[in-house]
Design a protein around this ligand. Structure first.
Ligand code: PM9
Length: 465
């Protein structure tokens, strides 16, 4: 018998709401007109036409009162701002990286890093691609190689660490191109395109050994590190009594450099950084930062934003915060699982991913079922989501043909500390309704296709049967 009755009670968010932002309720006719005007691309909707915005968790989190107070402490000096030092200290204290270069956001850091480390013809293995990361690797002359375990490409597979690296795939790459054509292995914590799936500490430790043997660096995309740490704490034997902050420090210690989109885990509306331990690399990164981002002590960020970011880093690693954050995502995942809607298993750290292929079996992948489902969800309820399938994957730069990823997904991304459980109920009701009337949804074709990162600005029209 449990001695503390409250152990059986529900947990709730470790904060209360001090300010609210009204949102507009729209009717079906308005929404149908809005999505048609947006070319059936949820990126092109006006946010004021959106009821519940699950497009992304990037820059959409609610800052704490302490972070807002931090904004008032901005030191907007062009050079050597006090806030840069606060940020640099927070990165070193929590993540262990000795050197920090602020950037305007994550892709700014990816740009600098790719330019610094990749030579034309190099190969960059990674635990699944991310859109902006791969594009910067390709623009620097590199070729991305997917070395994530096969389970990551199977939405129904319940492997607890679908972000793990497959060493057979790494060995095969070394045998094919040689270790000297691999400047680094790119490891994302809580792999976005796999469905917000973690890498285990054990797998990363083994990767460290493998990289040391081959004298290859590990670059860490630490955008969703805290969420990965939560899964390690919950799922990895021997880690259950350790804090999120301890696990985070250990992960970073196993890697040589990191890119961060600070708009996610650390809950700021804009910002990012490149971090590393090597002094020479830092020196080169500073030189590139002044060309592409800004002076190396602000790199495209305002002093006030660096202060809020430093505070957000600390908050992101609190155990109660991350339990509530991932718990809310799991709540939505559980609602959909119980209704039989096909989603990526297990539910990820930042989002629930709908398996559009399984939901819209009548739409072939070349008619972009995930794009069609995202548009239909908005029309149904005003819930905005994001396509993560063939449209996001883009075209192969060599063949010019559509890349057809195994997974054709719609991402319901939960902003941090923004929505309530009731909002999640409304989202689930709408998805379940669509699932039961899926045959009414039509495939789409491009009417305008941008050359790069086409998912952001592409436009579509429905294909009439
Ligand atoms: N991720 C997201 O919604 C924002 C735009 S979609 C391209 O998931 C990872 C793992 C990300 C990420 C952005 C970036 C780029 C790098 N790595 O958006 O430039 O999820 O700050 O970061 C988005 P920035």
């Amino acid at each position: 018998m449990k001695s503390y009755p409250f152990e059986r009670r529900s947990w709730a968010e470790p904060y209360k709401i001090k300010m609210v932002e009204p949102i507009k309720m729209t009717d079906p006719a308005e929404r149908r007109a809005a999505i048609a005007e947006a070319g059936y691309n949820t990126f092109l909707l006006r946010s004021e036409d959106v009821y519940i915005d699950l497009l992304t968790d990037s820059g959409t989190g609610a800052m704490s009162d302490r972070q807002w107070a931090g904004l008032m402490m901005g030191d907007e000096a062009y050079a050597g701002s006090r806030n840069f030092h606060t940020l640099r200290d927070a990165v070193e204290r929590h993540y262990g990286y000795r050197y920090t270069v602020p950037t305007h956001q994550g892709r700014g850091a990816e740009h600098l890093l790719s330019k610094l480390l990749i030579q034309s013809g190099d190969h960059i293995p990674g635990n699944m691609y991310f859109t902006t990361t791969r594009l910067h690797q390709e623009l620097a002359g590199g070729v991305f190689v997917d070395v994530v375990i096969d389970e990551a490409h199977d939405p129904a597979n319940t492997h607890p660490f679908k972000g793990n690296v497959d060493f057979d795939k790494l060995d095969a790459l070394v045998a094919e191109v040689g270790a000297d054509r691999i400047p680094y292995v790119c490891i994302a914590t809580c792999v976005n395109m796999a469905g917000g799936q973690p890498i285990s500490l054990q797998n990363l430790t083994a990767l460290r050994r493998w990289c040391d043997q081959h004298r290859i660096m590990i670059v860490h995309d630490m955008t969703r590190l805290a969420e990965n740490c939560y899964f390690i704490q919950q799922r990895e034997p021997g880690q259950e009594s350790r804090s999120i902050a301890e696990i985070a420090y250990d992960i970073c210690k196993l890697t040589d450099a990191a890119t961060m989109s600070a708009k996610k885990d650390p809950m700021v509306n804009i910002g990012g950084f490149l971090a590393m331990n090597d002094e020479q690399l830092y020196d080169k990164a500073c030189n590139l930062a002044v060309i592409y981002e800004g002076l190396h002590t602000y790199g495209g960020m305002a002093g006030r934003d660096m202060e809020a970011l430093a505070i957000g880093i600390t908050e992101s690693l609190h155990d109660n915060h991350i339990k509530a954050r991932v718990g809310q995502v799991a709540y939505l995942g559980d609602l959909l699982n119980r209704s039989g809607v096909p989603i990526v298993q297990p539910t990820g750290g930042h989002a629930v991913f709908l398996n559009a292929r399984a939901i819209l079996r009548h739409i072939p992948q070349e008619h972009y079922p995930a794009q069609a489902l995202a548009a239909a969800l908005y029309a149904d309820s005003g819930v905005r989501s994001m396509e993560r399938g063939a449209v996001s994957a883009g075209r192969d730069p060599k063949t010019g043909r559509d890349r057809m990823p195994k997974m054709e997904l719609v991402r319901l991304t939960i902003p941090r500390r923004v929505y309530t459980q009731a909002h999640m109920d409304v989202v689930a009701e709408s998805v379940v309704d669509l699932y039961h009337h899926a045959e009414k949804i039509k495939g789409l074709r491009f009417t305008y296709e941008p050359e790069m990162l086409r998912f952001f600005r592409g436009r579509f029209e429905p294909i009439e049967p």
